[in-house]
Design a protein around this ligand. Structure first.
Ligand SMILES: NC(=O)c1ccc[n+]([C@@H]2O[C@H](COP(=O)([O-])OP(=O)(O)OC[C@H]3O[C@@H](n4cnc5c(N)ncnc54)[C@H](OP(=O)(O)O)[C@@H]3O)[C@@H](O)[C@H]2O)c1
Length: 346
């Protein structure tokens, strides 16, 4: 009999099985308890240094999956450096790690940057996604491609999964093209469209939601806030949980594929989100000014791209954290202590 702890899980030869999870059958052969085999699922996460990818990494790790997270410029210990534009490096990594699931979070997702660097954005959002779809198909991995509500023009909400897309800006166009190349090259893959995201940010500028917090906190200056575009702010922890739940369903039912939507269900303009932040932290909101005109700028945005999430709901997949709960968890590290004490105790 091999030494205790030297056993390897049948599903994941790279992970030594903890001795407490080994048992001996009547013939004296060592077996791994079923729970551990079940937990020995491997997931590869691209964009694991980004806003959503960090939450997805944590969610799978917390549920005892064997997780390999990849980043690029922000890769750090525990995270593999992988340039997704290097097609052979991607192929090599997938062939070596043999993931059951790949959650593809990496993208260029800032609409203004996409407009200014369209070629690079197309390489990341389309070219790298196409390569990953082919590599995932060749290696039998379930690919979840994260997409966006910006594939819709926002004139006729809510949008079902089979609604006709019509992106208004180049970001939405590249993400839609990414969806197409993924589904063309990998028929078992899933596309998961999500709206504007917020969560544990490294700095408040990292999310289009949390970025408003400085304007909320520093109430000595009046601040104009968009009150035209209808948004459904969605907590990255909820999307991460949806990715995990969908992966577990797929492992039970290989016929699951195609387009899915997930979204928070509180409709808010940026002005309304800012007022909610002020309320959560007991800050004044009188300096916040709602602007009801359509914003002018080089990058058009949809008025109301609300996502209908029926397909995931029918599968019993989902998680929704109330905005006030999620935004409090996300922003409390950034609260200016002096400000909050003044308002809370006067
Ligand atoms: N944020 C939102 O509000 C929002 C809304 C709807 C949909 N989405 C979609 O959700 C997904 C995740 O977005 P996010 O907000 O988490 O994005 P993010 O914070 O901007 O992160 C982007 C990730 O992509 C990685 N990346 C960029 N270029 C790469 C390359 N050449 N090779 C390897 N990795 C590369 C970055 O790595 P490094 O930073 O290490 O370089 C980073 O981890 C995207 O598909 C996005 O389109 C986001």
């Amino acid at each position: 009999m091999p030494g205790r702890g030297a056993e390897r899980c049948a599903a994941c030869a790279e992970v030594p099985v903890p001795p407490t999870l080994l048992k001996m059958d009547v013939a004296g052969a060592v077996q791994v308890v079923e729970d551990f085999v079940a937990s020995c699922r491997r997931v590869l996460i691209t964009g694991a240094t980004g806003l959503l990818g960090r939450a997805v990494y944590k969610e799978f790790k917390d549920k005892n999956w064997h997780v390999l997270g990849c980043g690029y410029s922000r890769a750090r210990p525990q995270i593999e450096t992988l340039n997704l534009l290097d097609t052979s490096a991607v192929k090599e990594l997938v062939e070596e790690f043999k993931p059951h699931v790949i959650v593809h979070c990496a993208a260029e997702r800032k609409p203004d940057i996409v407009e200014n660097q369209p070629d690079l954005a197309a390489l990341i959002n389309v070219g790298a996604s196409e390569n990953l779809a082919k590599v995932a198909a060749a290696n039998g991995a379930f690919l979840i491609y994260i997409s966006t509500d910006y594939v819709f023009d926002g004139t006729n909400p809510p949008y079902r999964e089979d609604a006709m897309p019509n992106p208004l800006n180049l970001y939405g166009k590249t993400k839609l093209e990414g969806e197409r190349v993924v589904l063309q090259n990998n028929e078992g893959a899933a596309v998961l469209r999500v709206p504007v995201l917020y969560g544990d940010v490294e700095k408040i500028e990292e999310s289009a939601v949390t970025i408003m917090f400085d304007k909320v906190q520093y109430s000595n200056k009046s601040a104009n806030m968009d009150h035209w575009q209808q948004r459904f702010p969605t907590y990255v922890k909820d999307v991460a949980s949806v990715c995990l739940q969908l992966s577990e369903k797929k492992l039970q039912d290989p016929s699951i594929n195609g387009i899915f939507h997930w979204s928070g269900n509180e409709q808010m303009t940026k002005y309304e989100m800012a007022c909610a932040m002020a309320d959560v932290f007991n800050l004044p909101a009188r300096h916040l000014r709602p602007i009801t005109d359509e914003p002018v700028g080089p990058t058009p945005r949809p008025l109301n791209p609300q996502l209908d999430c029926s397909r995931l709901e029918a599968l019993g997949v989902g998680q929704r954290t109330p905005f006030r709960v999620g935004i409090r968890e996300s922003l409390w590290p950034f609260i200016d202590k002096k400000k909050s004490q003044q308002t809370m105790f006067h």
